[in-house]
Unconditional design. Structure first.
Length: 347
């Protein structure tokens, strides 16, 4: 963890010391002295306003205090437009921000944005979502393995349905690579069972009103024909939880994330389960690693590495304890990154 002591770090004796004894990069040349942490300004930039990212704000401020950073800002003004997000990032760069944690608007175009930032000397993390395909032009990606999280959610829904019946999947923007990964995760779970997937409804995470209409239309048309709903986006999760409860239909709902309404539904039995993510861990550990890279205290052994920030099935049995599990995962992420970094020896 970088501190202001890095400002007086002595010159290396010719070799880079590893943060870990496993897989150390012994061929890298020794970099110069590390910069102080308070010279680093970190910008956390989601693609636009969304409830999911609200945990980034306090986590970023905790990181600022814990790591002695010069500044941490949170900017959600991109309005889900890649050109506008690029403009926001350019403006922050001109204001002296040197490290960026970005949830890209366009998964197919965001690598170009990452490359542009790095060409200016910035360190960059893809947070909360990895680019489409297998290439990450950010320094690293720290995100939920969304395919695995969707698989867990579908398995929980199928279990709640007693392993039979008809299931519906509600999710986000169809062109988003994360959505496609979620669709694949749900289909994988369905194919392992005798459950029928009636339909997958996409593009219902723009806002809560759109999600509520989609749920209302679904229940009106097929409410008596379905036994389960799995949701893998925030707004349809909230809408499905409330809509099924209001309808009185015996439909098992498995949600995503830990909105207060969703957790309340688990406690009163109207929601079978949810799959919580780790947005706070993404922002906190992402900022920590960005700081190590921006100061020059550490380098990544493999640029563009992808790390799963974790997902957690929450049921009535675990609703009181899942956050402790999530916090433990955040601590484990720091240890995991220690294995992925080559760091200077400080005295």
């Amino acid at each position: 963890m970088p501190t202001r002591k890095l400002a007086v770090a002595v010159l290396l004796l010719g070799l880079t010391a590893s943060c870990s004894t496993r897989g150390a990069n012994t061929t890298a040349s020794a970099p110069g002295p590390a910069k102080p942490a308070d010279s680093v300004k970190v910008a956390l930039v989601p693609g636009g306003p969304h409830a999911y990212f609200q945990d980034w704000k306090p986590a970023g401020q905790r990181a600022k205090t814990d790591f002695g950073l010069g500044a941490v800002t949170f900017d959600e003004t991109s309005q889900w437009d890649q050109a506008k997000q690029n403009g926001v990032l350019n403006a922050l760069s001109s204001q002296g921000y040197t490290a960026f944690g970005v949830f890209g608007v366009s998964p197919t175009d965001i690598n170009s944005t990452f490359s542009d930032l790095k060409a200016r000397g910035a360190t960059v993390a893809s947070l909360g979502s990895c680019p489409a395909g297998d290439k990450v032009d950010a320094d690293f990606c720290l995100s939920t393995d969304v395919g695995d999280a969707a698989y867990k959610a579908a398995k929980a829904a199928i279990e709640a349905m007693g392993g039979k019946g008809t299931l519906v999947h509600l999710t986000g923007n169809n062109v988003d690579s994360n959505t496609q990964r979620r669709i694949a995760g749900v289909r994988k779970a369905v194919e392992e069972t005798g459950v029928t997937l009636l339909t997958t409804i996409t593009d219902v995470d723009k806002d809560l009103q759109s999600a509520q209409k989609a749920v209302s239309d679904l229940l009106s048309a097929h409410g008596k024909d379905i036994q389960g709903i799995v949701t893998t986006a925030y707004n349809p999760a909230v809408a499905a939880s409330a809509g099924v409860k209001a309808s009185g239909l015996p439909v098992k709902v498995v949600a995503i994330d830990d909105a207060p309404e969703t957790l309340a539904g688990i406690r009163d039995g109207s929601v079978a389960a949810t799959v919580a993510q780790n947005a706070a861990g993404q922002a906190y550990v992402g900022t920590q690693v960005l700081t190590k890279l921006a100061t020059g205290a550490c380098t990544l052994k493999q640029s563009g590495v992808t790390v799963d920030s974790g997902s957690f099935v929450v049921t009535a049995a675990t609703v009181a304890t899942f956050d402790a599990e999530r916090q433990a995962k955040t601590a484990q992420l720091t240890t995991q990154f220690d294995q992925l970094l080559t760091c200077k020896e400080t005295r």
